[in-house]
Design a binder for this molecule. Structure first.
Ligand SMILES: Cc1cc2nc3c(=O)[nH]c(=O)nc-3n(C[C@H](O)[C@H](O)[C@H](O)COP(=O)(O)OP(=O)(O)OC[C@H]3O[C@@H](n4cnc5c(N)ncnc54)[C@H](O)[C@@H]3O)c2cc1C
Length: 465
């Protein structure tokens, strides 16, 4: 069956959209800033015919009803920090930007939950909760992302090793469906076994199943004592091989990151800062939490011994907030320091005990394909960011080598029992790899779910599937 073509945004539609959001909250194609044509991974690009900036659920619902009636594509954009082209309006149509929906609606201390609009910025929210004595545990690296974007990509980040990913912290949500209906899923409850869990289908759906207009997230008490350990290694394999050993010994840090010297050097150059013990080939960095200084001392002692037995050169302790900040600032700048237009990334996840094998394989692929990789990862989760650097390769050579290397990495990932994406999602740029490495029956079920939620195919077309 030939799909019905999308309609363009006519003058009448523009006027209807203006009525909904007000003329000051609508930007037509000819005045759209370039940044709205892509996300942080710039090569995936598409221009919307109009961008709208709604402030309420009611406005989003009316926009969707209009789009549904006319079969106009709608791409939702949070902060546009995604890395897979998810927020790029590749099919044209309407770009719905959530930036004005940026209010923290409620902090319910008794139930330890907060209700927010989707455009609330992660850092703003984390800081606001900390001021009230709460931890919002999800901690993806890019703090200017929105909570809505985090939920819709099921973002991971540093603290996932102890606290889980964004999904584990969502209790409820309000969603506008493709035809403009408003749906409440979940709530403030701590458990829910009431039929199919549509909320969890929405989480990580990258704007292809609905538009989230309100989110209820869970809050935790702030940890009492935090310390960071920096553990240098002469051999990268020893560093990653230690991760399952720590887990088995019952040591679950708040964050457990792996990186090599090359990534660290780009980051310190980029920030213009020194890094302590910056000349080791590889590192683990652990943020430990404990309920008292005495418990922290015992934890550091045990962790230190395990690291040294596992081949660490040293165990350095950063116990003041300033020293800890300096280390995590360097870690936080890894991706930016690599530069945007000249990299592509595999965000693979493998079982933790297969990470050393994956890393050694990636090194071989880089050498055999004539490419430079710059890799680091959320080691505690088996999640590796293998960044392929273009250097000065000409267009055709770069594309051929990159595609060959990626295919080999994804094949190896599948062979090790891993997944195409650990946390950045599929978006536009990794669809072919999802198709190639997912069971056809699973893919068909995903397609039917998409059809069920969005029969006219207007929600973020050409993404994921
Ligand atoms: C330097 C850097 C570090 C990063 N570190 C991490 C990390 O550690 N862990 C991690 O997981 N990611 C990381 N990311 C990726 C990125 O920040 C996340 O994917 C983030 O969740 C995207 O949020 P956003 O608001 O920018 O969403 P956008 O990029 O605007 O959108 C992402 C997707 O969500 C959809 N979407 C957004 N809002 C809504 C909504 N309200 N309703 C429906 N769909 C919506 C969009 O259509 C799109 O498909 C990093 C990115 C950068 C640049």
């Amino acid at each position: 069956m030939t799909p019905v073509p999308y309609e363009t945004v006519t003058d009448a539609c523009l006027r209807a959209l203006e009525d909904i959001v007000g003329p000051e909250n609508l930007v037509p194609r000819d005045r759209l800033p370039e940044e709205y044509s892509h996300d942080e991974m710039a090569p995936v690009c598409g221009w919307a015919e109009v961008a709208v900036f709604p402030a309420t659920t009611g406005e989003v619902a009316r926009i969707m009803a209009l789009a549904h009636a006319h079969r106009i594509p709608v791409t939702t954009r949070g902060a546009g920090t995604g890395l897979m082209g998810g927020a790029a309006p590749v099919a044209g149509g309407i770009l719905l930007v959530t930036g004005r929906m940026d209010r923290i609606l409620e902090v319910d201390e008794a139930n330890m939950v907060a209700r927010v609009q989707p455009g609330v910025v992660l850092l703003t929210f984390q800081e606001a909760m900390e001021e009230r004595g709460f931890l919002y545990a999800p901690d993806p690296g890019e703090k200017s992302a929105t909570i809505g974007g985090n939920v819709m990509t099921n973002a991971g980040g540093m603290r996932a090793v102890k606290y889980g990913v964004t999904r584990d912290h969502v209790r409820g949500m309000e969603v506008v469906t493709a035809d403009g209906s408003v749906l409440c899923l979940g709530g403030k409850v701590a458990k829910n076994a009431s039929g199919y869990n549509l909320m969890h289908l929405m989480i990580g759906s990258e704007g292809t199943l609905g538009i989230v207009t309100e989110i209820t997230v869970r809050l935790l008490p702030l940890p009492e004592v935090l310390t960071t350990l920096l553990v240098p290694f002469a051999r990268a394999e020893d560093a990653v091989a230690l991760v399952p050993v720590l887990g088995k010994a019952g040591i679950i840090p708040q964050a457990l990151e792996f990186f090599r010297r090359d990534v660290l050097e780009s980051s310190t150059d980029y920030l213009g800062r020194e890094f302590p013990h910056g000349d080791a080939p590889a590192y683990l960095m652990l943020r430990m939490e404990a309920s008292s200084p005495a418990e922290m001392d015992r934890l550091i002692d045990r962790t230190g011994h395990i690291c040294l037995d596992g081949g660490a050169e040293d165990v350095l302790i950063a116990d003041t907030p300033e020293r800890q900040k300096a280390l995590w600032d360097a870690r936080g700048a890894f991706l930016e320091a690599l530069g945007w237009t000249d990299i592509d990334e595999c965000d693979v996840v493998v079982p933790r005990d297969r990470m050393a094998e994956m890393m050694a394989y990636a090194d071989r692929v880089a050498e055999e394909c004539g490419l430079t990789f710059s890799s680091f990862g959320h080691a505690g989760d088996g999640n590796m960011h293998i960044n392929i650097l273009r250097g000065d390769l000409p267009d055709g050579t770069w594309e051929r080598r990159r595609d060959a290397a990626m295919e080999r990495i994804y094949q190896k990932t599948a062979a090790l029992g891993g997944m195409v994406s650990g946390e950045h999602g599929i978006g536009y740029s990794k669809r072919a790899y999802l198709r190639a490495h997912t069971d056809p029956v699973e893919l068909e079920l995903m397609r039917r779910i998409k059809d069920g939620f969005d029969p006219r195919g207007i929600l973020n077309p050409e993404k994921i599937l």
